[in-house]
Design a protein around this ligand. Structure first.
Ligand SMILES: *Cc1c(COP(=O)(O)O)cnc(C)c1O
Length: 456
């Protein structure tokens, strides 16, 4: 470690973070700019940073950069620090593990925390049946394993995903994403036997859940045929696609069809799971009981961990040695994850997600009354979004308004609020704060956004 880096780290732990927004330099400030100059010499532009302020410390729902600016974090590292940044219980659990051992490889010599995470996932994922879990390192790796297991179990080849889906950046998951740019452009050839079925997008398709499901099922039957379909992969609330929240009855109708046809239904809950929406897993909002559930992002509050959890008879289809990987279920990440599960329960964080939904819905509805470019407000819990359209088109063509979204995100950043964008047309602002965020911080952030809307 360089002396400068050591100095930054010890300075940051010495100063506690007050839970407030504070802008003391231009954004990005001079120290961030200097770091950025070093970065562009050694990191390729393919690794893009939304807001190149370099972070020195973070706590709860606030990030502090190296110039002393403090940001209200409405992104939580894309829904990762769901329990809050650097929560003591999580940090302590990781530190205790650091003192005992860092690695053995579970597939060589196992340890308890991996088993405990599997028990907790079995307990908290939907469905009252025996469940088994494999732990891996990233969301995309969980998707890959879910598909692999479903193919082995069914002996079938095809995989279906929904329009507007996002599943990762590996070769298989690039083929599963809806959007080519920027995730897949030029990176082919891609994995075959992946089919994109129409989804439920109530704001734009106007279909009931039943009608949307009939359309999806017709596609699956005609284009693939149930007897060739191994798995249907759905995000109960779509993440990068723009937080599309399916019409009532859509997901249960798909489940009825997959069950009847022996297709494995996989819920990608990588963004929507782990308490984010006010339930342990978003599937519960829609009466969905998936065969396999994919977890990642929020599962270990920032340490890399992901899992595939599902019906024991499906999970057990893979032969011994067929699943795993060097770092999968790393002891430090697993210890942190156990603490995350305990924290969600101990601090009643599911109720906090409901509070955040209420505060955001109230604030965003008030904004919608003032600004007619807010076409739609949707989501659940601390996973809410607004979709922006061109002025005067909210009741007609709903023409996407990416420019407004970009201007608002830039205005927010300049004023100490980090808010993320999303959507197939880039016209969605998404709110993914940690469940530790106070109403006070949320309202302060909404005030900044209101000024941004007024300035458009
Ligand atoms: C982030 C995300 C992934 C990919 O996870 P990585 O850890 O980035 O590989 C997959 N599915 C959904 C829904 C996601 O939000």
């Amino acid at each position: 470690m360089t002396d400068a880096l050591l100095e930054t780290l010890s300075a940051s732990s010495a100063q506690p973070i007050e839970p407030r927004r504070e802008v003391v330099t231009a954004i990005p400030g001079p120290k961030s700019q200097a770091l950025h100059e070093r970065r562009v010499k050694v990191v390729p532009p393919g690794v893009h940073s939304v807001l190149p302020v370099y972070i020195e410390a973070a706590n709860g729902a606030v990030l502090r950069d190296v110039d002393g600016n403090q940001f209200i974090d409405l992104g939580a590292g894309i829904g990762v620090t769901t329990v809050g940044h650097t929560r003591e219980a999580v940090v302590d659990a990781a530190k205790a593990q650091l003192d005992s051992f860092l690695h053995t490889l579970f597939t060589i010599t196992p340890y308890e925390s991996y088993v405990r995470v599997a028990e907790l996932l079995a307990q908290h994922t939907p469905g009252d049946f025996e469940k088994h879990t494999v732990l891996v390192n990233s969301g995309a790796e969980a998707v890959e394993n879910g598909v692999k297991i479903a193919r082995k179990y069914t002996g079938r080849r095809a995989v279906a995903v929904l329009e507007h889906a996002y599943h990762g950046r590996t070769n298989l998951t690039m083929a599963m994403n809806y959007k080519a740019a920027p995730y897949a452009t030029g990176f082919g050839p891609f994995a075959g036997d992946v089919f994109h079925a129409p989804s439920s997008y109530p704001y734009r398709d106007g279909l009931s859940g039943e009608e949307a499901a009939a359309r999806t099922i017709a596609y699956l039957e005609k284009r693939i045929g149930a007897s060739d379909l191994a798995a249907l992969v759905v995000e109960p609330i779509q993440g990068e696609g723009g937080f599309q929240t399916p019409a009532e009855g859509y997901l249960p109708a798909l489940q009825e069809w997959t069950t009847r046809n022996g297709v494995v239904l996989i819920a990608d809950e990588i963004q929507s799971g782990m308490g984010r929406t006010g339930r342990w897993f978003a599937s519960e909002h829609f009466g969905l009981v998936p065969d396999l559930v994919l977890s990642a992002k929020g599962i270990a509050a920032g340490l890399p961990l992901a899992g595939v959890t599902g019906r024991a008879e499906i999970m057990d289809a893979a032969q011994p040695g067929g699943l795993g990987g060097t770092f999968g279920g790393n002891p430090v990440a697993a210890a942190a994850s156990v603490a995350v599960f305990e924290l969600i329960e101990r601090d009643g964080l599911l109720a906090e997600a409901a509070r955040i939904e209420k505060t955001l819905t109230r604030g965003l509805t008030a904004l919608q009354e003032r600004f007619d470019i807010i076409g739609d407000i949707r989501g659940r819990g601390a996973m809410m979004a607004i979709e922006l359209v061109q002025p005067g088109t909210a009741q007609t063509t709903k023409a996407p308004n990416q420019e407004a979204v970009n201007a608002l995100a830039a205005h927010a950043a300049q004023n100490g609020v980090l808010v993320l964008t999303a959507g197939t047309w880039g016209n969605v602002l998404r709110f993914l704060p940690s469940l530790a965020i106070s109403d006070e911080l949320l309202e302060d952030a909404l005030g900044v956004l209101a000024d941004g809307f007024a300035a458009l």
